[in-house]
Design a protein around this ligand. Structure first.
Ligand code: HEC
Length: 108
């Protein structure tokens, strides 16, 4: 009986951890590029409130961390506007062309 409740507690913790971190999986980088331009560039060009941002602004592991953990803490309300699938595609585009990727890309 005590064992069962311990297992339930562990399962509950595992489920909570799984939902609080976004699952980043393979996305569509072409769609991601389009979505990045359409949704992120409005605040992320030189002189705009978010500052200039391109795939080169971060390394692959930094992008992964940003999407999985940070989730746009600087302005959390921004993240809530996007579908998880779209964020996944944007992630894939940024990740594929990150500073330390095979094909670094400055334009976004
Ligand atoms: C409504 C404006 C707005 C939109 C839209 C927006 N951002 Fe931001 N973003 C900001 C602001 C403001 C900051 C904080 C900048 C600072 O701290 O100087 C920020 C910070 C960031 C940072 C951290 C920059 C760093 O130096 O580490 C990243 C990465 C980022 N945004 C990515 C995105 C992505 C990807 C999208 C599109 C899915 C997006 N942002 C859409 C306003 C925006």
């Amino acid at each position: 009986m005590r064992k069962t409740s311990r297992i339930i507690a562990i399962l509950a913790i595992a489920m909570f951890t799984a939902t609080s971190a976004m699952a980043i999986g393979p996305g569509n980088p072409k769609k991601g590029k389009y979505l990045f331009k359409k949704n992120c560039k409005q605040c992320h060009v030189a002189g705009a409130e978010g500052g200039e941002l391109t795939p080169l602004s971060k390394t692959m592991s930094q992008w992964k961390r940003f999407f999985e953990r940070d989730q746009h803490k600087a302005k959390p309300e921004v993240w809530g506007k996007y579908k998880e699938k779209d964020l996944n595609d944007i992630f894939q585009f940024l990740y594929d062309h990150a500073a330390d990727s095979d094909q670094p890309e400055t334009c976004g």
